[in-house]
Design a protein around this ligand. Structure first.
Ligand code: URA
Ligand code: SF4
Length: 260
């Protein structure tokens, strides 16, 4: 027997044992099993179905994990298209594309303007100074960064960190729209003037709008100040915290006491 067949048999045996054990636990009253999306993906590659063993979607956590795998796969496909994109001149000066990253089952999405120098180097959204402040805001809300999704209006860094031009935002929007349609967050937090202009209207500003719910393709969207603006104007942090409390209330999540 080849070693490939050996390891295949060993794998089938492990899965069989696991299934028997789960049946037993189910009889004992077990109702939910958390399955990591990657594990489920691997199991899906295995010919369990051919063996007549139904991967029953009898627990909510399993079907949720399956959905998360599908969304993650689709997000990765978008990121791949972004990495090859030449739909606007920003492709000429970028080092890395920054498609946005986070949890495929997130109920909340944070949308900023576009990559800065650190993001352009790492290919990740909000990893520089403004990103550190965004992490603090996310933590204060009772999330961790890997529980949420963080993205931007444009996926390539504008040279010298200038504001993206209206044509660049327009060229890049289809990617963000696809990401939003996949993630279907319960709320979007729109960080700063550029994000509001990109999502809604190039003519509108942030000062008048912040703190008031808007609707982007049917999703509750809260405009607030950008973390980079907060670094320059720390006294505005209270406004952002008020806006984040409004968001948490709408999501039905507990509002933690803010300290610092
Ligand atoms: N500012 C943004 O708007 N987005 C980032 O990813 C980083 C800084
Ligand atoms: Fe393409 Fe967007 Fe990058 Fe422009 S900013 S090249 S539209 S990915």
């Amino acid at each position: 027997m080849s070693s490939k067949t050996d390891s295949h048999h060993a794998f089938v045996k492990v899965v069989d044992d696991l299934i028997q054990r789960l049946h037993h636990e189910k009889e004992e009253g077990l109702q939910h099993v958390e399955v990591h999306p990657q594990t489920l993906k691997k199991l899906g590659e295995h010919p369990l179905k051919k063996k007549g063993i139904a991967m029953k979607k009898n627990t909510r956590s399993i079907s949720q994990a399956e959905d998360a795998v599908k969304v993650q796969d689709a997000l990765e496909k978008i990121a791949k298209r972004v990495s090859a994109c030449k739909n606007c001149p920003l492709c000429e000066t970028r080092n890395r594309t920054v498609p946005g990253q986070g949890n495929p089952s997130s109920d909340i999405m944070f949308i900023g303007e576009g990559p800065g120098a650190d993001e352009d180097r790492q290919g990740l959204a909000f990893v520089g100074r403004a990103g550190k402040l965004l992490t603090k805001i996310i933590d204060a809300m009772g999330y961790t960064r890997d529980q949420v999704f963080i993205g931007n209006i444009v996926k390539c860094r504008p040279p010298g960190n200038r504001t993206p031009l209206p044509e660049e935002m327009k060229a890049c929007m289809p990617y963000l729209k696809e990401q939003i349609a996949l993630l279907k967050p319960k709320a979007i937090v729109c960080l700063g003037a550029t994000a509001v202009k990109g999502l809604f209207d190039p003519k509108i500003g942030i000062t008048k709008l912040r703190g008031q719910w808007m609707s982007f393709e049917g999703i509750d969207t809260m405009p607030t100040y950008h973390p980079a603006y907060l670094l320059r104007n720390p006294s505005k942090k209270a406004d952002v915290w008020a806006d984040m409390k409004t968001v948490l209330e709408r999501l039905g999540r507990p509002v933690p006491e803010k300290n610092g």
